[in-house]
Design a protein around this ligand. Sequence first.
Ligand code: ADE
Length: 278
Amino acid sequence: MKIDIVSVFPEYFDVLNLSLFGKAQDKGLVEVHAHNLRDWTHDVHHSVDDTPVGGGAGMVMKPVVWSECLDDLLGLEPAVVERTMGADDQADREAEYASATEYAPATTYSPNRPILIFPNPSAPLFTQRDATELSRADHLLFGCGRYEGYDARIPEYYRAQGIDVREYSIGDYVLNGGEVAVSVMLEAITRLLPGFMGNPDSIVEESYTGEGALLEHRQYTKPAEWRGIRVPDVLLSGDHGKVDRFRRDEALERTAQIRPDLIAALDCTALNKQDRKT
Ligand code: ADE
């Protein structure tokens, strides 16, 4: 899988060279490039943001810089005319660029282009289902917003160009920028790639996986008694049927207590007869 990330802090992603992700890169399972959005600016200050139209606090990321960057990384023909203007003619350049980018909406997605993903606290929640779907893609392109976010026309424009554009929130809280959210999504997606995890079985048994997404049962290791607390006897019984039943019951009970929303959303056909008794 090829992964491009655009950020004003590309160094943030240096950590991807560590741990399992680093190993996956060494094995050639993933290829990651972190780009600096400021490389697509032309003014002396390398500015990427401007004040919100209509007023309000904070700054909004400019569509003009993002579009030059995304056109390049998506392999789209730049909608701009010749790049011949002087570096200090930024305002003229932006006006010319803006008028050159009027678009005709596309009707179908281009399968050979990367999926473009923007983290956004005001977007639908990113779930395990999304991670699973995106883990099947060949190429992902993440755009990290900062400040008060990015100009809303950016996703609109690229959707109209036939690009599969996704916007996701990773939770009901606001972060300073998209970098942490991209790291979270990346980890959830790439650990599902065949060969990424040492033991692929651990993925199958996890919380949020599969048809009836439940929280996972609790886990214990040796010793059987530690500081006066014993692991549940059934786990020491050697009876795999009983162990499975115990774990499934615990998963159902914990989910009902901690995340009743998941129980409400449960696909009832994923329950078996024994489950119905608990
Ligand atoms: N950017 C800022 N907060 C975010 C969140 N909760 N999810 C995704 N992107 C964000």
